[in-house]
Design a protein around this ligand. Structure first.
Ligand code: AHR
Length: 341
């Protein structure tokens, strides 16, 4: 009995010593990690990125491009946040970047309005803000340093000009042409710009009837639903303008299910935007007539802008990424194989 008791006390003693050692060594270990992270952070440029969501193939590629650019090897410490399509989440993320005193804030605004207050807060904290992909509608443009993205009005005009040429080729310059438009997130730069651009061309043609424009939120599911609605209301649709490829995929499904055909040899012409790999394949096989590229590879551009700012060089207020227009005629096998998104 006595022997057992002393054995038990010895075990408890050893355990206590082990716990004490672990506490001392462990806390030292954690301190070291914290300090290392801190030192790493101090030697790197800290960038807070608020991405608006993950609604489309474009968006996934855009996120990857940013994550591949702002790496530790390139000298950056990236704090990334996905706002899941909600402006309030973006506001929260930006405020958290400000309180963490990041070196730069990059964000892709879900809509154009409602940013003044938070941008003012960033300005007062001395943190430069760079807009990515989409822009903001603010009176005081000094609230952000620059914007790297697409010329959405030009993209819309490209779509209109393609249709002009196509109708000329088909000899359809006089007879009515019925058009429906699937629009993206209401109030976003891409929706606003593409609508304005396409309308600029459409307004020059009295025979172009825009039957309806309806928001399908840049997603495939909504694209299909909204297209079904169009098909039930309008029996004679000639052209679908779909403001991104994801909505186009859904719309094409709905059209096919209705018994109609699409594309180069079909009943309904398809004009799409983005030119992601899956859609380019459909351009190549004639399912989509034309795809207006929206280039998501903006990470490299953003790196260059920050390099310039770090070097104290002046930057322009707007940088447009390079974008193309794809039809069956110019989508080569090489382009299809090289497409990474
Ligand atoms: O702002 C760019 C648009 O946003 C893309 O065309 C669309 O796919 C995305 O969701």
């Amino acid at each position: 009995m006595f022997r057992k008791k002393s054995y038990g006390i010895a075990v408890i003693g050893i355990l206590l010593v082990l716990v004490l050692m672990l506490m001392m060594f462990g806390s030292r270990l954690f301190t070291d990690i914290d300090e290392t992270t801190q030192v790493e952070k101090e030697n790197q440029i800290v960038v807070g990125v608020s991405q608006l969501g993950s609604e489309s193939g474009f968006r996934t590629a855009n996120t990857e491009s940013v994550q591949n650019a702002f790496t530790q090897e390139n000298g950056y410490f990236l704090i990334y946040n996905n706002a899941r399509q909600r402006q309030e989440n973006q506001l929260k993320a930006i405020r958290s970047f400000i309180s963490q005193r990041v070196d730069y804030i990059i964000f892709s605004p879900v809509v154009e309005t409602g940013w003044e207050t938070v941008l003012q807060e960033a300005k007062e904290a001395g943190i430069p803000v760079i807009l990515m992909d989409r822009s903001v509608d603010v009176e005081d443009e000094s609230l952000y340093v620059t914007c790297v993205g697409s010329d959405f009005v030009e993209e819309g005009e490209k779509a209109g000009h393609w249709l002009e040429q196509e109708l000329r080729k088909r000899g359809r310059t006089q007879e009515p042409v019925n058009i429906v438009v699937l629009t993206g997130t209401e109030g976003s730069s891409s929706q606003l710009g593409r609508t304005v651009g396409f309308d600029l061309v459409a307004n020059k043609h009295e025979n172009w009837n825009i039957l309806e424009q309806k928001c399908a939120e840049f997603t495939s599911t909504r694209g299909k639903e909204v297209m079904r609605g169009f098909l039930s209301r309008y029996p004679d649709i000639d052209v679908v303008v779909s403001q991104n490829d994801d909505m186009t995929f859904g719309a094409i499904e709905a059209i096919k299910e209705s018994g109609q055909t699409v594309g180069v040899n079909g009943d309904i012409m398809i004009i799409s935007f983005d030119a992601v790999a899956g859609a380019l394949e459909m351009v190549a096989d004639g399912t989509i007539n034309v795809d207006i590229e929206c280039n998501p590879n903006q990470g490299e551009y953003l790196l260059q802008v920050i390099d310039m700012l770090e070097a104290g060089e002046p930057v322009e207020k707007q940088y447009y990424v390079k974008e193309d227009v794809f039809t069956m005629e110019n989508v080569t096998r090489e382009i299809l194989e090289e497409r990474s998104y």
